[in-house]
Design a protein around this ligand. Structure first.
Ligand code: SF4
Length: 452
Protein backbone atom coordinates (compact mmCIF):
# COMPACT_ATOMS: atom_id res chain seq x y z
CA UNK A 1 0.00 0.00 0.00
CA UNK A 2 1.27 3.49 -0.76
CA UNK A 3 2.19 5.85 2.04
CA UNK A 4 -0.77 8.02 1.09
CA UNK A 5 -3.15 5.07 1.43
CA UNK A 6 -1.65 4.13 4.76
CA UNK A 7 -2.34 7.58 6.20
CA UNK A 8 -5.87 7.79 4.93
CA UNK A 9 -6.60 4.36 6.45
CA UNK A 10 -6.11 5.41 10.04
CA UNK A 11 -6.39 2.92 12.91
CA UNK A 12 -8.04 5.59 15.02
CA UNK A 13 -11.72 4.66 14.78
CA UNK A 14 -13.14 6.52 17.81
CA UNK A 15 -10.93 9.59 18.04
CA UNK A 16 -9.92 11.17 21.32
CA UNK A 17 -7.48 14.04 21.71
CA UNK A 18 -4.84 14.95 24.22
CA UNK A 19 -4.04 18.66 24.58
CA UNK A 20 -0.91 19.59 26.54
CA UNK A 21 0.20 22.93 27.97
CA UNK A 22 3.21 23.44 25.68
CA UNK A 23 4.95 22.17 22.55
CA UNK A 24 7.64 20.42 24.62
CA UNK A 25 5.02 18.65 26.76
CA UNK A 26 3.14 17.64 23.63
CA UNK A 27 6.29 16.22 21.98
CA UNK A 28 7.25 14.40 25.20
CA UNK A 29 3.75 12.88 25.40
CA UNK A 30 3.96 11.77 21.79
CA UNK A 31 7.28 10.09 22.50
CA UNK A 32 5.73 8.22 25.46
CA UNK A 33 2.69 7.13 23.44
CA UNK A 34 4.96 5.92 20.61
CA UNK A 35 7.01 3.90 23.12
CA UNK A 36 3.83 2.21 24.37
CA UNK A 37 2.81 1.48 20.74
CA UNK A 38 -0.30 3.64 20.97
CA UNK A 39 -1.28 4.78 17.46
CA UNK A 40 -1.41 8.55 17.46
CA UNK A 41 -1.31 11.53 15.11
CA UNK A 42 -0.47 15.20 15.59
CA UNK A 43 -3.33 17.42 14.42
CA UNK A 44 -4.22 21.10 14.65
CA UNK A 45 -6.13 21.50 17.93
CA UNK A 46 -9.82 21.51 16.94
CA UNK A 47 -12.05 24.50 17.70
CA UNK A 48 -13.29 24.34 21.29
CA UNK A 49 -10.29 22.38 22.60
CA UNK A 50 -7.55 25.04 22.49
CA UNK A 51 -5.96 27.92 20.61
CA UNK A 52 -5.87 28.11 16.82
CA UNK A 53 -2.72 26.69 15.28
CA UNK A 54 -1.62 24.75 18.35
CA UNK A 55 -1.13 21.01 18.08
CA UNK A 56 -3.04 18.19 19.77
CA UNK A 57 -2.46 14.42 19.78
CA UNK A 58 -5.20 12.23 18.35
CA UNK A 59 -5.55 8.63 19.59
CA UNK A 60 -8.24 5.97 19.84
CA UNK A 61 -10.77 5.84 22.68
CA UNK A 62 -9.64 2.33 23.66
CA UNK A 63 -6.34 3.84 24.91
CA UNK A 64 -7.97 6.56 27.01
CA UNK A 65 -7.13 5.08 30.42
CA UNK A 66 -3.63 4.18 29.34
CA UNK A 67 -3.00 7.73 28.09
CA UNK A 68 -4.31 9.12 31.39
CA UNK A 69 -1.97 6.84 33.31
CA UNK A 70 1.06 7.69 31.17
CA UNK A 71 0.53 11.44 31.41
CA UNK A 72 -0.04 11.17 35.17
CA UNK A 73 3.04 9.09 35.81
CA UNK A 74 5.20 11.48 33.81
CA UNK A 75 3.85 14.74 35.25
CA UNK A 76 2.57 15.96 31.90
CA UNK A 77 0.55 19.15 32.17
CA UNK A 78 -2.64 18.03 30.45
CA UNK A 79 -5.14 20.67 29.37
CA UNK A 80 -7.66 18.20 28.06
CA UNK A 81 -8.31 14.57 27.18
CA UNK A 82 -11.61 14.50 25.34
CA UNK A 83 -13.68 12.72 22.74
CA UNK A 84 -13.75 14.31 19.31
CA UNK A 85 -17.44 13.39 19.23
CA UNK A 86 -17.96 16.44 21.40
CA UNK A 87 -16.60 18.71 18.71
CA UNK A 88 -17.74 22.32 18.54
CA UNK A 89 -21.10 22.71 16.73
CA UNK A 90 -21.74 25.56 14.29
CA UNK A 91 -24.92 27.58 13.95
CA UNK A 92 -25.88 27.81 10.29
CA UNK A 93 -29.55 28.65 10.87
CA UNK A 94 -29.32 31.72 8.62
CA UNK A 95 -28.70 29.33 5.70
CA UNK A 96 -31.84 27.19 6.27
CA UNK A 97 -34.22 29.20 4.11
CA UNK A 98 -31.84 29.77 1.25
CA UNK A 99 -32.60 28.48 -2.19
CA UNK A 100 -30.40 25.39 -2.39
CA UNK A 101 -30.83 21.77 -3.44
CA UNK A 102 -31.76 18.95 -1.07
CA UNK A 103 -28.26 17.41 -1.50
CA UNK A 104 -26.63 20.69 -0.56
CA UNK A 105 -28.97 21.07 2.45
CA UNK A 106 -27.89 17.61 3.64
CA UNK A 107 -24.25 18.71 3.41
CA UNK A 108 -25.04 21.92 5.31
CA UNK A 109 -26.61 19.80 8.07
CA UNK A 110 -23.42 17.74 8.32
CA UNK A 111 -21.29 20.89 8.45
CA UNK A 112 -23.49 22.32 11.20
CA UNK A 113 -23.13 19.11 13.23
CA UNK A 114 -19.37 19.22 12.58
CA UNK A 115 -19.35 15.80 10.96
CA UNK A 116 -16.44 15.16 8.58
CA UNK A 117 -17.37 15.52 4.91
CA UNK A 118 -16.50 12.66 2.56
CA UNK A 119 -14.95 12.96 -0.87
CA UNK A 120 -18.27 12.82 -2.77
CA UNK A 121 -19.58 15.72 -0.68
CA UNK A 122 -16.42 17.74 -1.29
CA UNK A 123 -16.77 17.05 -5.02
CA UNK A 124 -20.39 18.20 -4.88
CA UNK A 125 -19.30 21.51 -3.36
CA UNK A 126 -16.49 21.92 -5.89
CA UNK A 127 -18.97 21.40 -8.73
CA UNK A 128 -21.45 24.06 -7.61
CA UNK A 129 -22.30 26.38 -10.52
CA UNK A 130 -25.61 27.89 -9.42
CA UNK A 131 -25.04 31.45 -8.18
CA UNK A 132 -27.27 31.07 -5.08
CA UNK A 133 -25.51 27.86 -4.05
CA UNK A 134 -22.11 29.45 -4.65
CA UNK A 135 -23.06 32.35 -2.37
CA UNK A 136 -24.25 29.93 0.33
CA UNK A 137 -20.96 28.04 0.13
CA UNK A 138 -18.95 31.25 0.55
CA UNK A 139 -21.20 32.45 3.38
CA UNK A 140 -20.91 29.11 5.21
CA UNK A 141 -17.12 29.28 5.04
CA UNK A 142 -17.23 32.86 6.30
CA UNK A 143 -19.35 31.88 9.33
CA UNK A 144 -16.91 29.08 10.21
CA UNK A 145 -13.94 31.39 9.70
CA UNK A 146 -15.44 33.91 12.11
CA UNK A 147 -16.10 31.23 14.75
CA UNK A 148 -12.65 29.66 14.41
CA UNK A 149 -10.23 32.53 13.90
CA UNK A 150 -12.27 35.71 14.37
CA UNK A 151 -12.28 38.88 12.27
CA UNK A 152 -8.65 39.91 12.58
CA UNK A 153 -6.37 38.99 9.77
CA UNK A 154 -2.99 37.45 10.54
CA UNK A 155 0.06 38.94 8.83
CA UNK A 156 3.22 37.10 7.84
CA UNK A 157 6.15 38.86 6.18
CA UNK A 158 8.05 36.92 3.54
CA UNK A 159 11.71 37.55 2.78
CA UNK A 160 12.64 35.70 -0.41
CA UNK A 161 16.34 35.54 0.40
CA UNK A 162 17.64 33.39 -2.47
CA UNK A 163 16.29 32.48 -5.89
CA UNK A 164 18.93 29.83 -6.60
CA UNK A 165 17.37 26.40 -6.93
CA UNK A 166 18.72 22.97 -7.77
CA UNK A 167 15.35 21.76 -9.04
CA UNK A 168 13.34 22.14 -12.20
CA UNK A 169 9.67 22.11 -11.24
CA UNK A 170 7.84 22.56 -14.53
CA UNK A 171 5.63 25.43 -13.34
CA UNK A 172 8.24 27.52 -11.55
CA UNK A 173 9.88 30.70 -12.80
CA UNK A 174 12.98 30.25 -10.64
CA UNK A 175 13.60 26.64 -11.73
CA UNK A 176 17.25 25.83 -12.29
CA UNK A 177 17.14 25.98 -16.09
CA UNK A 178 15.26 29.27 -16.33
CA UNK A 179 17.31 32.29 -17.13
CA UNK A 180 16.75 34.92 -14.46
CA UNK A 181 19.01 37.18 -12.40
CA UNK A 182 20.13 34.99 -9.53
CA UNK A 183 20.73 36.50 -6.08
CA UNK A 184 21.47 35.47 -2.53
CA UNK A 185 21.02 37.72 0.49
CA UNK A 186 23.58 37.49 3.25
CA UNK A 187 22.73 37.37 6.93
CA UNK A 188 23.22 41.09 7.43
CA UNK A 189 20.88 41.95 4.54
CA UNK A 190 18.23 39.55 5.87
CA UNK A 191 18.49 40.97 9.38
CA UNK A 192 18.16 44.53 8.05
CA UNK A 193 14.79 43.59 6.61
CA UNK A 194 13.80 41.81 9.85
CA UNK A 195 14.71 44.94 11.79
CA UNK A 196 12.31 47.02 9.70
CA UNK A 197 9.57 44.42 10.07
CA UNK A 198 10.08 44.43 13.82
CA UNK A 199 9.66 48.22 13.88
CA UNK A 200 6.24 47.98 12.24
CA UNK A 201 5.23 45.24 14.67
CA UNK A 202 5.28 42.12 12.49
CA UNK A 203 5.29 38.99 14.67
CA UNK A 204 6.18 36.25 12.19
CA UNK A 205 8.72 36.27 9.41
CA UNK A 206 8.84 33.75 6.56
CA UNK A 207 12.34 32.96 5.29
CA UNK A 208 11.80 31.66 1.78
CA UNK A 209 14.16 30.49 -0.96
CA UNK A 210 14.58 27.99 -3.74
CA UNK A 211 16.23 24.71 -2.77
CA UNK A 212 19.63 26.23 -2.31
CA UNK A 213 22.27 24.05 -0.59
CA UNK A 214 24.49 27.14 -0.21
CA UNK A 215 22.45 27.83 2.92
CA UNK A 216 23.70 24.98 5.09
CA UNK A 217 22.00 24.00 8.32
CA UNK A 218 24.52 26.10 10.23
CA UNK A 219 23.89 29.18 8.07
CA UNK A 220 20.13 28.88 8.52
CA UNK A 221 20.54 28.26 12.26
CA UNK A 222 22.70 31.31 12.67
CA UNK A 223 20.00 33.51 11.06
CA UNK A 224 17.22 31.82 13.06
CA UNK A 225 19.11 32.24 16.32
CA UNK A 226 19.71 35.94 15.79
CA UNK A 227 16.06 36.61 14.90
CA UNK A 228 14.92 34.66 17.96
CA UNK A 229 17.43 36.27 20.36
CA UNK A 230 17.09 39.85 19.20
CA UNK A 231 13.49 40.11 18.00
CA UNK A 232 11.66 37.15 19.58
CA UNK A 233 9.70 36.74 16.35
CA UNK A 234 7.95 33.63 15.07
CA UNK A 235 9.83 32.03 12.17
CA UNK A 236 8.51 30.11 9.21
CA UNK A 237 11.04 28.36 7.00
CA UNK A 238 10.19 27.74 3.35
CA UNK A 239 13.44 26.39 1.93
CA UNK A 240 12.40 23.12 0.31
CA UNK A 241 13.06 19.54 1.31
CA UNK A 242 15.69 19.04 4.03
CA UNK A 243 16.53 15.93 6.05
CA UNK A 244 14.52 14.55 8.97
CA UNK A 245 17.46 15.42 11.22
CA UNK A 246 17.48 19.03 10.00
CA UNK A 247 13.77 19.48 10.73
CA UNK A 248 14.44 18.31 14.30
CA UNK A 249 17.36 20.73 14.63
CA UNK A 250 15.23 23.59 13.30
CA UNK A 251 12.46 22.66 15.73
CA UNK A 252 14.87 22.70 18.67
CA UNK A 253 16.17 26.10 17.51
CA UNK A 254 12.64 27.49 17.84
CA UNK A 255 11.44 27.45 14.22
CA UNK A 256 7.66 27.63 14.52
CA UNK A 257 6.40 26.71 11.06
CA UNK A 258 7.74 24.99 7.97
CA UNK A 259 6.10 25.57 4.63
CA UNK A 260 6.50 22.72 2.15
CA UNK A 261 3.59 22.50 -0.23
CA UNK A 262 2.39 19.20 -1.60
CA UNK A 263 1.08 21.26 -4.58
CA UNK A 264 -1.13 18.31 -5.57
CA UNK A 265 -2.12 15.18 -3.67
CA UNK A 266 -2.39 13.30 -6.96
CA UNK A 267 0.63 11.05 -7.46
CA UNK A 268 0.10 11.20 -11.24
CA UNK A 269 0.12 14.98 -11.33
CA UNK A 270 2.79 15.47 -8.66
CA UNK A 271 5.28 13.33 -10.57
CA UNK A 272 4.37 15.06 -13.84
CA UNK A 273 5.04 18.59 -12.55
CA UNK A 274 8.05 17.72 -10.37
CA UNK A 275 10.71 16.00 -12.49
CA UNK A 276 13.20 16.01 -9.57
CA UNK A 277 10.85 14.99 -6.75
CA UNK A 278 9.12 11.84 -5.65
CA UNK A 279 5.55 11.84 -4.39
CA UNK A 280 6.17 9.35 -1.56
CA UNK A 281 9.21 11.34 -0.44
CA UNK A 282 7.16 14.54 -0.26
CA UNK A 283 4.61 12.71 1.89
CA UNK A 284 7.44 11.51 4.17
CA UNK A 285 8.72 15.08 4.48
CA UNK A 286 5.26 16.22 5.56
CA UNK A 287 5.33 13.58 8.28
CA UNK A 288 8.91 14.42 9.33
CA UNK A 289 8.05 18.11 9.71
CA UNK A 290 4.84 17.43 11.61
CA UNK A 291 6.50 14.92 13.95
CA UNK A 292 9.40 17.31 14.66
CA UNK A 293 6.86 19.55 16.42
CA UNK A 294 7.12 22.32 13.83
CA UNK A 295 3.72 23.34 12.53
CA UNK A 296 3.29 22.17 8.98
CA UNK A 297 2.30 24.48 6.15
CA UNK A 298 1.15 22.95 2.90
CA UNK A 299 -1.40 23.67 0.17
CA UNK A 300 -1.44 23.52 -3.57
CA UNK A 301 -2.21 24.90 -6.99
CA UNK A 302 -5.64 24.91 -8.54
CA UNK A 303 -5.96 24.65 -12.32
CA UNK A 304 -2.75 22.78 -13.07
CA UNK A 305 -2.72 21.40 -16.63
CA UNK A 306 -4.86 18.18 -16.74
CA UNK A 307 -5.91 18.47 -13.06
CA UNK A 308 -9.40 17.08 -12.36
CA UNK A 309 -12.11 17.93 -9.79
CA UNK A 310 -11.56 14.48 -8.29
CA UNK A 311 -7.89 15.35 -7.70
CA UNK A 312 -8.76 18.74 -6.21
CA UNK A 313 -11.12 17.02 -3.74
CA UNK A 314 -8.18 14.83 -2.69
CA UNK A 315 -6.00 17.94 -2.33
CA UNK A 316 -8.43 19.41 0.21
CA UNK A 317 -8.90 16.16 2.16
CA UNK A 318 -5.15 15.63 2.21
CA UNK A 319 -4.74 18.85 4.22
CA UNK A 320 -7.23 17.61 6.81
CA UNK A 321 -5.91 14.05 6.98
CA UNK A 322 -2.27 15.13 7.33
CA UNK A 323 -2.98 17.61 10.13
CA UNK A 324 -1.75 20.66 8.20
CA UNK A 325 -1.82 23.91 10.20
CA UNK A 326 -1.46 26.46 7.40
CA UNK A 327 -3.02 25.76 4.03
CA UNK A 328 -2.23 27.94 1.05
CA UNK A 329 -4.30 27.26 -2.06
CA UNK A 330 -3.77 29.52 -5.04
CA UNK A 331 -4.47 29.35 -8.75
CA UNK A 332 -1.90 27.90 -11.13
CA UNK A 333 -0.26 30.84 -12.94
CA UNK A 334 2.05 30.19 -15.89
CA UNK A 335 5.61 31.48 -15.58
CA UNK A 336 7.64 32.84 -18.46
CA UNK A 337 10.39 30.58 -19.77
CA UNK A 338 9.00 27.39 -18.18
CA UNK A 339 7.55 24.29 -19.88
CA UNK A 340 4.10 25.51 -18.75
CA UNK A 341 4.55 29.05 -20.09
CA UNK A 342 1.66 28.72 -22.57
CA UNK A 343 -0.79 26.85 -20.34
CA UNK A 344 -4.04 28.52 -19.18
CA UNK A 345 -4.15 30.07 -15.73
CA UNK A 346 -6.34 28.69 -12.94
CA UNK A 347 -9.92 29.83 -12.55
CA UNK A 348 -10.80 32.45 -9.90
CA UNK A 349 -14.17 31.02 -8.91
CA UNK A 350 -12.87 27.46 -8.60
CA UNK A 351 -9.96 28.69 -6.44
CA UNK A 352 -12.38 30.60 -4.19
CA UNK A 353 -14.52 27.46 -3.85
CA UNK A 354 -11.39 25.55 -2.80
CA UNK A 355 -10.56 28.19 -0.17
CA UNK A 356 -14.13 28.05 1.16
CA UNK A 357 -14.29 24.24 1.26
CA UNK A 358 -10.88 24.07 2.92
CA UNK A 359 -12.12 26.34 5.70
CA UNK A 360 -15.23 24.17 6.09
CA UNK A 361 -13.23 20.92 6.12
CA UNK A 362 -10.12 21.99 8.09
CA UNK A 363 -11.69 24.75 10.23
CA UNK A 364 -9.29 25.75 13.04
CA UNK A 365 -6.27 26.54 10.87
CA UNK A 366 -4.56 29.47 9.19
CA UNK A 367 -5.71 29.91 5.64
CA UNK A 368 -3.87 32.46 3.51
CA UNK A 369 -5.44 34.68 0.89
CA UNK A 370 -2.47 33.78 -1.28
CA UNK A 371 -0.28 36.10 -3.30
CA UNK A 372 -1.20 33.98 -6.34
CA UNK A 373 -4.91 34.72 -5.96
CA UNK A 374 -4.07 38.43 -5.54
CA UNK A 375 -2.07 38.16 -8.76
CA UNK A 376 -4.86 36.44 -10.69
CA UNK A 377 -7.45 39.15 -10.02
CA UNK A 378 -7.18 42.67 -8.51
CA UNK A 379 -9.89 41.77 -5.96
CA UNK A 380 -8.61 38.22 -5.41
CA UNK A 381 -7.27 38.89 -1.94
CA UNK A 382 -10.51 40.54 -0.77
CA UNK A 383 -12.63 37.74 -2.26
CA UNK A 384 -10.47 35.07 -0.61
CA UNK A 385 -10.81 36.83 2.76
CA UNK A 386 -14.58 36.75 2.24
CA UNK A 387 -14.41 33.03 1.40
CA UNK A 388 -12.80 31.85 4.64
CA UNK A 389 -9.18 33.02 4.41
CA UNK A 390 -7.59 34.84 7.36
CA UNK A 391 -3.87 35.21 6.64
CA UNK A 392 -1.90 37.50 4.34
CA UNK A 393 1.71 37.22 3.33
CA UNK A 394 3.43 40.57 2.83
CA UNK A 395 6.19 40.47 0.24
CA UNK A 396 9.09 41.95 2.19
CA UNK A 397 11.99 41.12 -0.11
CA UNK A 398 14.10 44.26 -0.84
CA UNK A 399 12.46 46.01 -3.80
CA UNK A 400 15.49 45.72 -6.13
CA UNK A 401 15.34 41.88 -5.82
CA UNK A 402 11.60 41.27 -5.97
CA UNK A 403 11.32 41.07 -9.74
CA UNK A 404 13.85 38.22 -9.74
CA UNK A 405 11.72 36.04 -7.46
CA UNK A 406 8.86 35.27 -9.82
CA UNK A 407 7.68 31.74 -9.26
CA UNK A 408 4.93 32.79 -11.68
CA UNK A 409 4.75 35.82 -13.95
CA UNK A 410 2.97 39.13 -13.14
CA UNK A 411 3.16 38.52 -9.42
CA UNK A 412 1.29 41.02 -7.24
CA UNK A 413 3.86 42.37 -4.76
CA UNK A 414 1.36 42.37 -1.89
CA UNK A 415 2.40 45.11 0.52
CA UNK A 416 0.87 46.70 3.59
CA UNK A 417 -1.11 49.34 1.66
CA UNK A 418 -2.68 46.65 -0.51
CA UNK A 419 -3.44 44.60 2.60
CA UNK A 420 -5.06 47.53 4.40
CA UNK A 421 -7.34 48.04 1.40
CA UNK A 422 -8.32 44.33 1.21
CA UNK A 423 -8.98 44.27 4.95
CA UNK A 424 -11.29 47.25 4.63
CA UNK A 425 -13.06 45.92 1.53
CA UNK A 426 -13.71 42.57 3.18
CA UNK A 427 -14.96 44.27 6.39
CA UNK A 428 -12.28 42.65 8.49
CA UNK A 429 -9.89 43.98 11.13
CA UNK A 430 -6.14 44.47 11.15
CA UNK A 431 -4.14 42.67 13.83
CA UNK A 432 -3.69 44.40 17.19
CA UNK A 433 0.04 43.83 17.25
CA UNK A 434 1.14 46.25 14.49
CA UNK A 435 2.82 49.47 15.63
CA UNK A 436 0.15 51.85 14.37
CA UNK A 437 1.60 55.09 15.72
CA UNK A 438 4.85 54.34 13.89
CA UNK A 439 3.01 53.30 10.70
CA UNK A 440 0.98 56.52 10.71
CA UNK A 441 4.13 58.56 11.33
CA UNK A 442 5.68 57.14 8.15
CA UNK A 443 2.64 57.96 6.05
CA UNK A 444 0.21 55.03 6.22
CA UNK A 445 -3.42 56.07 6.12
CA UNK A 446 -5.13 53.65 8.52
CA UNK A 447 -8.75 53.98 9.52
CA UNK A 448 -9.14 53.49 13.30
CA UNK A 449 -12.19 51.30 12.62
CA UNK A 450 -9.84 48.67 11.16
CA UNK A 451 -7.89 48.41 14.39
CA UNK A 452 -10.71 48.54 17.00
S1 SF4 B 1 8.99 25.29 -6.86
FE1 SF4 B 1 10.62 25.49 -5.35
S2 SF4 B 1 11.86 23.64 -5.60
FE2 SF4 B 1 10.62 23.82 -7.45
S3 SF4 B 1 11.92 24.94 -8.90
FE3 SF4 B 1 10.66 26.47 -7.83
S4 SF4 B 1 11.86 27.18 -6.11
FE4 SF4 B 1 12.78 25.25 -6.88
Amino acid sequence: MSLLGKFFETNIKEPYILVCSSKSQMLFSKELLDKENIDNELIPTPKGFGEVCTTAIKFDKKHKNKVKRITNENDIEVLSIASLENKYKYNLSEIYDMNISKDFKDIINKIEANTDLNKEEVKYLLSIEDEDEYNVLIRTADIIRKECVGDRIELRAAIEFSNYCIKNCNYCGVRKDNSTNRYRMNKKEILNVVDNLYKIGIKTVILQSGEDPYYTTDKILSIVKEIKDKYKMGITLSIGERTQEEYKIFSEAGVNNYLLKIETASRRLFNKIHPDDDFDDRIKHHKFIRDSGIRLGSGGMIGLPTQTIDEIADDILFQRDYGVHMIGFGPFLPAKGTPYENESKGDLKLTLKVVAITRIVCQHVFLPATTAIASLHPDGQTLALMAGANTIMLISTPSHLRESYQIYSQKNMVDLSFTIKSTKDSKRKLPKYLNYSYLKSIGYDIDDELIK
